[in-house]
Every structure is written in structure tokens, then in C-alpha cells.
Design a protein around this ligand. Structure first.
Ligand code: FES
Ligand SMILES: [Fe+2]
Length: 477
């Protein structure tokens, strides 16, 4: 049995420790490849997610590079809660509940750099290690220990340049929680990546609907028809003939996390190959070099991520290159990209075909992030509920690039941008198509005729899996 046949076997399954379905109220109960709509639309369900699931899970709060210097801070908000991440010393990052010990005022907003944390209301001060530094007129207060006045810590741990927080003091260690992601992502060396850009968009849908838009590739034929064509400006709906070339992207679920793996056209998917960029192929009729080069260049130009300026140049060279005998255009492209990268001072992590197969295309890092692995460039997406409204979310896209070896310790400027409407965010064609769906899904879900998502058991189990895992947090103590 090949690795991918095994993926196909990986149907919705239950793991040890899952909540028996009968323990879940009927309106929220999962069925085989079916998710009732109340899990998206009910304010009560959002409360359960916020009070139980988000209180007990590790979530990516920021990247280490945002906390480079002592005193740098970043705020991470989830639901009603605000958490402050602070670089306390060269070697330590801390996280605190972002609440003054006097009357509760939020201490800091957004991001910045400070010498000490100062409450904007009456000016109490804390050292970066959370210890109390100044209580104005302290003699007027009931005597309290410094411990009682210190900032309350939140669990914080790191993996691959990501800083995670967990509001549950009893939570198991991050690396255990992330399993098997750290092992599978190891060859990509994400710790050597830095932000290229980041944009956050307010979306009129449930936070999971925004996430789900990027958790399967089954929608590509319907939503992104231009991807079938050399002329990417033609976004007319795909013809039935074009649909023959639709990509196939089976999903795989683990105990907590899940991913899909885009394997090329369903009709000819090389099931043993997995997702291996050197095996990129086309219909066999057109110039394979152009197919490969176009795919790379379009990602760089339109999505501004997953590919980069170096892979764009390698693709440009590929268009007119003599592809050596016995080599595919995809393989030769990778060789050109590698040579270029090494010549320009980049490390070139070696990723074996088996490692590509395991890594796949996009992972739901449970609960609210997605990471798309890539050679030299990756995407990280994050979705969060907004304003306690099940139909409103903040969805963020971060594009990250591997940097040259000489720049691993260099300071880089980064400021994410935020928009109230994706149409103002200049997100390119592909992202705009995805964002456009989110509202339509939500309007349709509210229809009395609609009861829930009916999912493909091969290509959409990432979405179903998320709910199975959520139930473990929501319905167990
Ligand atoms: S509320 Fe913070 S100092 Fe008074
Ligand atoms: Fe999409």
C-alpha cells in the first residue's frame, strides 16, 4: 500500500479520548462527514468555543522576530481576553494577562517597545518580568504582597519561530500538543523565515468558515478556474472539459491536526508520489516548462507568497531552458531554484519526496491557524472570532520567506495591515475569490432549508476533524 493509499483510508475516524457523540447535544452532534450548522451560527456555541476550547489550546500569538529586543511587546486577543507577550530578557519571552492589578485596565495595545509596563489609568508600573515596580501612594492601600500585585502569567512556548500561548496553566507541553507537526515540518526550517507581509481582514462569517476556505483544495475547480489556464486573466467558470483536469487533494487527519495534500489532476494523480514539487506535471500536451513556470510565477505575483522573487527568476529561466534528458520540467526548475539560492547566500534545506508527501499542502494547526509548507516561502493564516458575534471574524494572512544565512540575526521591520473589507486590502485574484465565498456561505447557511455541511470524505475531512477535536475540549472537563 502506498503512502497516499493510506491517506485515502484515513476516513473520519475517532481517536482515543474523543467524546462519544451521544454526549454532545443533538443540535451540535457530528455525523459521518456532516456538521450541523448550529456549530457555526449559534452564539451559544461560540461561547462554548471561547470559554472552553480557546481557554485550553495552544494558539500562535506572534513570531519571535516581533519580540526581538528587550521590551518589545505584542498583544494577542482572543474573544474577550487580551494577552501581552513581552521580551523580558535576551533569552526569555513572557506572556501576561493584559490587565492591571489595580482596577483591571488593559495595560498595552497592539505592539511596541517599552522600558516597563505602565498602566494608562493611574500609572502603576511593572518590570518586564511582571514584578510590581510602582504603586502610587501605596501607603493608602491595604497592605498587599508584591506577589499579589505582580502581573499574572500565561503559558508561553515556542516552535519554529512561532510564539504560542495557552490560557490553561495545566496544559500539556506545546511540542506534545503539536505532534506530529514538529517532526514533519523539521526539514523546512521555518525558524529561519521572516515576515514578508501580513494583512488582517474583517470577514462577515464565522471564524471557522474563514478557516475552512483554506482547509481543502476541492474548491479550486469551482472558485479558481483561472488556475486551469495559461491565461490567468480568464476567470470564466471552468468548462466540463477543463474539469477533467481538476486537482485532487485528499485530506489526512491526526489526533488534533489535519492537512490536505494537492496531488495534481485527479485523473492522472500519481498517487504514490504525494506532493512533490519536482513532479509538477500538466496534461502532457502543452509545454511542460511553461506550465511549471506559470504556476510558480502566478503564485508569486498574485498571492505574493509560497513562491518568491528567487523562484520567480528560476521559473523565468526554465521557460527557455534545455531540460536535460530524463528530467521533468518540475525537477529541473527545483535545480535552477536551488542553484540560485545557494549562489545568493541561502541555505537549501533538502526535502525528500517522502517528506513532501507527509508535509502535504496545508495544515490546520488546531484550533485557529493554517500553515502551508513550502521551500523558501510559506503562508501562515490565522482566524479569530470578533465582537462575540458568530458571524464576524478577523482573518489574517502572513507571508513568510526564508532569509539569507547572513541575515538570520538581522532586525527587520514588520507592521501588519488591517482592513474592514477584503476589497480594500489588495489581496490579489486568488485570495479575493476565497474571501468572496465567505459571505455567501454564511448567507446560505442561515437559510431554513440548510441543515449542515455535507462533506467529501476524501477531500474535506480537515474541516470535519476540526469539530471532532473541538468536542474534546468543549465537552470534557
Ligand atoms: S487601573 Fe491601572 S493603575 Fe489604576
Ligand atoms: Fe482558494
Amino acid at each position: 500500500m502506498t503512502a497516499v493509499d493510506e491517506l485515502r483510508m484515513n476516513r473520519p475516524i475517532w481517536f482515543e479520548g474523543d467524546v462519544p457523540p451521544e454526549k454532545v447535544p443533538e443540535k451540535y452532534r457530528l455525523e459521518r462527514a456532516f456538521i450541523p450548522k448550529a456549530r457555526f451560527l449559534d452564539p451559544e456555541f461560540l461561547d462554548l468555543e471561547l470559554n472552553r476550547m480557546f481557554m485550553k489550546t495552544w494558539q500562535i500569538a506572534c513570531r519571535v522576530e516581533e519580540l526581538r529586543d528587550v521590551g518589545c511587546f505584542v498583544e494577542y486577543e482572543i474573544g474577550r481576553f487580551s494577552i501581552l507577550l513581552v521580551r523580558e530578557s535576551k533569552t526569555e519571552i513572557r506572556a501576561y494577562h493584559n490587565a492591571c492589578r489595580h482596577r483591571g485596565t488593559r495595560l498595552a495595545r497592539g505592539r511596541g517597545r517599552v522600558g516597563s509596563l505602565i498602566c494608562p489609568f493611574h500609572g502603576w508600573r511593572w518590570n518586564l518580568d511582571g514584578s510590581i515596580r510602582l504603586v502610587l501612594d501605596r501607603e493608602e492601600f491595604v497592605p498587599r504582597s508584591d506577589d499579589d500585585l505582580g502581573l499574572v502569567r500565561v503559558r508561553v512556548e515556542q516552535w519554529a519561530g512561532f510564539v504560542f500561548v495557552n490560557l490553561d496553566p495545566e496544559a500539556k507541553p506545546l511540542l506534545e500538543y503539536l505532534d506530529p507537526i514538529p517532526r514533519i515540518f523539521e526539514p523546512f526550517q521555518l525558524e529561519n523565515f521572516r515576515y514578508r507581509w501580513g494583512k488582517g481582514v474583517v470577514v462577515p462569517c464565522n471564524w471557522k468558515t474563514a478557516l475552512d476556505a483554506f482547509l481543502e483544495a476541492y474548491h479550486v475547480a469551482g472558485t479558481h478556474p483561472q488556475l486551469f489556464r495559461l491565461d490567468r486573466t480568464n476567470d470564466k467558470i471552468a468548462s466540463l472539459r477543463e474539469l477533467d483536469l481538476r486537482p485532487w487533494a485528499p485530506t489526512t487527519v491526526y489526533e488534533r491536526h489535519a492537512h490536505y495534500s494537492a496531488l495534481g489532476p485527479k485523473s492522472t494523480a500519481d498517487k504514490a508520489a504525494g506532493k512533490d514539487p519536482s513532479k509538477r506535471s500538466n496534461d502532457g500536451k502543452s509545454d511542460e516548462r511553461l506550465t511549471v513556470a506559470n504556476a510558480v510565477q502566478y503564485l508569486h505575483e498574485d498571492m505574493r507568497g509560497l513562491e518568491n522573487e528567487r523562484s520567480w527568476r528560476a521559473a523565468e529561466a526554465l521557460k527557455t531552458a534545455e531540460v536535460p534528458d530524463g528530467m521533468t520540467a518540475g525537477k529541473y526548475f527545483l535545480q535552477l531554484y536551488r542553484e540560485l539560492s545557494l549562489a545568493e547566500g541561502y541555505d537549501w534545506p533538502v526535502i525528500s519526496p517522502e517528506q513532501w508527501t507527509e508535509a502535504g499542502s496545508a495544515w490546520n494547526v488546531f484550533p485557529n491557524s493554517i500553515i502551508l509548507p513550502g521551500q523558501g516561502s510559506v503562508f501562515w493564516y490565522r482566524s479569530r472570532p470578533l465582537d462575540n458575534d458568530p458571524n464576524k471574524a478577523l482573518f489574517e494572512v502572513f507571508s513568510l520567506d526564508q532569509v539569507p544565512i547572513a541575515e538570520y540575526d538581522e532586525k527587520r521591520a514588520f507592521e501588519p495591515q488591517y482592513f474592514d473589507d477584503y476589497r480594500d486590502a489588495d489581496m490579489g485574484q486568488v485570495f479575493s475569490q476565497d474571501f468572496a465565498n465567505m459571505k455567501e456561505v454564511t448567507v446560505g447557511m442561515h437559510s431554513p432549508s440548510f441543515d449542515g455541511h455535507r462533506l467529501s470524505e476524501e477531500q474535506e475531512m480537515t474541516i470535519w476533524n476540526h469539530h471532532r477535536v473541538a468536542d474534546r475540549y468543549i465537552w470534557t472537563d
